[in-house]
Design a protein around this ligand. Sequence first.
Ligand code: EPU
Length: 429
Amino acid sequence: MRERFRVVGGARLVGEVPVVGAKNSALKLMAVALLAEGRTTLTNMPEIADVRIMAELLRRLGVSVDYDPEAGVAVIDVPASIGHRADYELVRALRASISVLGPLVARVGEADVAVPGGDAIGSRGLDLHAAGLEALGADVRVTHGYLVAKAPRGLRGADIRLDFPSVGATENILMAAVLARGRTTIDNVAREPEIADIAEMLTSMGARITGAGTSCLVVDGVDTLHPTVHRVLPDRVAAGTWAFAAATTCGDIEVVGGVAEHLRSPLQSLAAAGCHVEGTARGFRVAVPEGAGRPTAFDVATLPYPGFPTDLQPFALTYNAVADGSAMVTENLFEARFRTVQELARLGADMQVDGHHVMTHGVPLLSGAPVESSDIRSGAALVIAGLVAEGYTLVSGVHHIDRGYPHFEVGLRSLGADVTREPDEHWYE
Ligand code: EPU
């Protein structure tokens, strides 16, 4: 059943909210488990639909997955022999399925993974994934909509330099290199904390990796890996979402379990704009003192980590929509990630798109209206926009939001927001 959120405007969010395990780590760590025969346990797993899809993908490879969403635990039992095909039906539902590519080529010597179609945030190529695996000795080609990679005699270490620090390509090459013969160096890699999380799990399985968190990874291949128990790191994008929710609603939120160090760029911008940002014993806090007035708008240019994260760009737009003054938001990672703008315009935001820039002019209050989410982040950003809109806002496409934010409305309500989930039926259907 299709659902929407009814958001009543005028809330100042105050209180504390927990941060769960990172979606973009959890899904890859499930793929990492494929590299070792036996039972691997992942804890602090987020309760999101994407984990269920990834679990189904692993099951179709012959792996047993026991996922308890409430406990946040997934037990992944990998047999000696597993399949090598990820069907289009699953890959189109979950683009992160592509992360089984590296582990399957390394472990099975073969992978057939459907090529994901375009999605709502721009075309996202796989050329760097393919080139990296080819450098490791795999034969890679696209046949009938599948990326087919073969390395029947195993992979061998190589010196690889990425043209761009792609998160997904870094992960796939790393997950393949751990079982390659000899040494692999991967230069200009992504430095996201989720990559360090993968490297930490791989190391606990017996992999030999140095340089995690820097722009050059050095991997000395081993013959086999063993299963492990690993706790997923906290979700920095969810934590950043709450930081922007506090700033946008002129509220006061302690993000429990949030890691401020993973959000240095956005938190510095918020502090410079007049928000109070401090580390706490349990995480961090973002507050706009009561009566302090609207914080100021700020320029944003998204960049690979540790730059301003593209995943927080829609929240920066919503923030600037009601902040004091004008600012420029520049998207450097994805070509079509400005769908939020047209929906914010429906709410009365004053902003103009020019190529990969958006000029924003803050207004004191938006005006509630029906709007449509196009992806996880834009959906959550529109809900926050609804909180600073006069009247009420209906945000359709809640299934997008559910992919990244378990029980988003429950967290918002605990902070004083009036947000309810309701059916979203269309008269013409
Ligand atoms: N790119 C290529 N060729 C490649 C790989 C990437 O051209 O071989 C391009 C893409 O087209 C894109 C850019 O490089 O324009 C960035 O892609 P990257 O590979 O770094 O991103 P990703 O692995 O596809 C992950 C997250 C995204 C997040 C980006 C950037 C997952 C499942 N997804 O995507 O998260 O925006 O890194 O940080 O980890 C989200 O959570 O909502 C989300 C979209």
